[in-house]
Design a protein around this ligand. Structure first.
Ligand SMILES: [Zn+2]
Length: 224
């Protein structure tokens, strides 16, 4: 039975690497995939991983109708045995419905890869729809780690090295970004709640004036 599978995880947990691995395994068996990506770090029309692998992909536009695109392709004699969609959190909910229809009406496996929640810990609309519709959800086993060594379960957005909790849901950036730019860092929930990035932890450890928990102890009490 064809399936809609949602591979979910934080940033930096190896989603794109797994997408490329699935693509490799299936093309090695003579299958042909249709690969979609959006806002990839390697540029438009690419699907890349931090480990340096890259493949060509179709850049997903806001108005792309996945189902119509696949039907067009197949009716013109094109081939597609399965579909891979990276950065699926950026898709509109309607586009996730189209992917479900590709599975049900065209009989193709669809593998969608995405981050579940944004930097405010809220579900991305595309990820929410995937949770609602997917036949199967796989939480990736390649676990990203917080600076403290705990399992990183949340994405933090940083601006100039400081964690922020307000702003537009989608701002393209990456981990290991230069200072002053929008960047992202994966944290455990404890440190996400305390807004303690690696840089903040380092700074507070170095400063004799600031106790490590100063300030966020108040935040913890307010939330309890
Ligand atoms: Zn931590």
């Amino acid at each position: 039975m064809p399936e809609l599978v949602f591979f979910s995880g934080t940033m930096d947990c190896g989603k794109s690497t797994l997408a490329l691995q699935i693509e490799h395994n299936r093309s090695a068996r003579g299958l042909e995939g249709m690969i979609f990506a959006r806002d990839d770090r390697a540029g438009a029309g690419k699907l890349s991983s931090r480990l340096g692998l890259v493949t060509e992909a179709i850049e997903v536009a806001d108005e792309l109708d996945f189902y119509a695109h696949l039907v067009d392709h197949l009716s013109q004699g094109g081939r597609a045995d399965y579909v891979i969609v990276d950065e699926a959190q950026f898709l509109a909910p309607e586009q996730i419905d189209q992917l479900a229809r590709v599975v049900d009406d065209l009989g193709l496996d669809v593998f969608a890869f995405g981050i579940t929640t944004d930097f405010r810990t809220k579900l991305f609309p595309g990820s929410q729809r995937l949770v609602e519709l997917a036949d199967r959800i796989e939480v990736l086993q390649v676990e990203a780690l917080c600076w403290c060594g705990a399992r990183a379960t949340h994405n933090a957005r940083t601006v100039g090295g400081h964690m922020v909790v307000e702003g537009a849901q989608v701002v393209v950036g990456d981990v290991n970004q230069a200072p002053d730019e929008v960047g992202y860092e994966v944290l455990c929930r404890r440190h996400h709640r305390r807004r303690m990035t690696a840089a903040a932890a380092h700074a507070s450890a170095l400063s004799p004036d600031v106790l490590p928990l100063d300030g966020d102890t108040v935040g913890t009490l307010e939330r309890s």
